[in-house]
Design a protein around this ligand. Sequence first.
Ligand SMILES: CC(C)(COP(=O)(O)OP(=O)(O)OC[C@H]1O[C@@H](n2cnc3c(N)ncnc32)[C@H](O)[C@@H]1OP(=O)(O)O)[C@@H](O)C(=O)NCCC(=O)NCCS
Ligand SMILES: [Zn+2]
Length: 225
Amino acid sequence: MIAPSARVHASADLEAGVSVGPGTSIWHRAQLRTGARIGAECVIGRDAFIDEGVTLGDRVKVQNGALVYHGVTVEDGVFIGPGAILTNDRFPRAITSSGDLARAEDWTVSPITLRRGCSIGAGAVVVAGIDVGSFATVGAGAVVTRPVADYALVVGNPARRLGWVCACGLRLTGTDGSPAPADLEPGEDAFCVTCQRTYTYVPDAEALVERTGTDARPTKQGAPA
Ligand SMILES: CC(C)(COP(=O)(O)OP(=O)(O)OC[C@H]1O[C@@H](n2cnc3c(N)ncnc32)[C@H](O)[C@@H]1OP(=O)(O)O)[C@@H](O)C(=O)NCCC(=O)NCCS
Ligand SMILES: [Zn+2]
């Protein structure tokens, strides 16, 4: 079902059984395969590919030419940069060991979940079976081979943690105002000088957790207000 308020360009290719939520825009030559479910207020860019059964939450942006394969789940507010590739087969082959064309039953889908609010940089590749944490950012051109923690910033091939980012997308700082290091100490805080959010590193989860309310005050001297 296509919501009446959705805008679908005439050149987009929507197969049977695709659902599109209210306020969503789908641009030129985007291809949405059968059973894809697109939430509300999403933007699907030119030449993007959304495979069979892929689910996108609300307010997701899929930029031009991004490829989102079967087995990928995209939570609300996720940004997928131009030309990014979300894969689904860890050990791909075109043919079986006897030389026949490999069919759906000859290979295993390794799912990916992109958690709420995360961003995948331009041209990045996420290897099948790897999740990207909430509000994490994957740098342009990265190849993600290991799970990415909430609020982590990862770059390179293979992607390694460079630091941390705020819900607003900007780099978090340490107490001295310089970018927070990749390896924070247990219980150490990181700050956003722009929107004043404070986060604490939780080693068990190997992730940052936002501190809210009265708990949000920095614990260390010299931290930004
Ligand atoms: C990762 C990113 C957020 C870092 O930005 P930043 O905090 O300003 O980082 P800096 O430019 O100060 O770079 C810090 C270091 O990381 C390296 N670096 C930055 N981005 C990188 C990337 N994508 N891949 C590999 N290394 C990267 C820099 O070369 C630098 O290394 P150095 O200290 O050895 O010189 C940014 O470079 C990026 O890739 N953003 C995504 C852009 C994108 O894809 N947008 C899509 C919409 S168009
Ligand atoms: Zn912020």
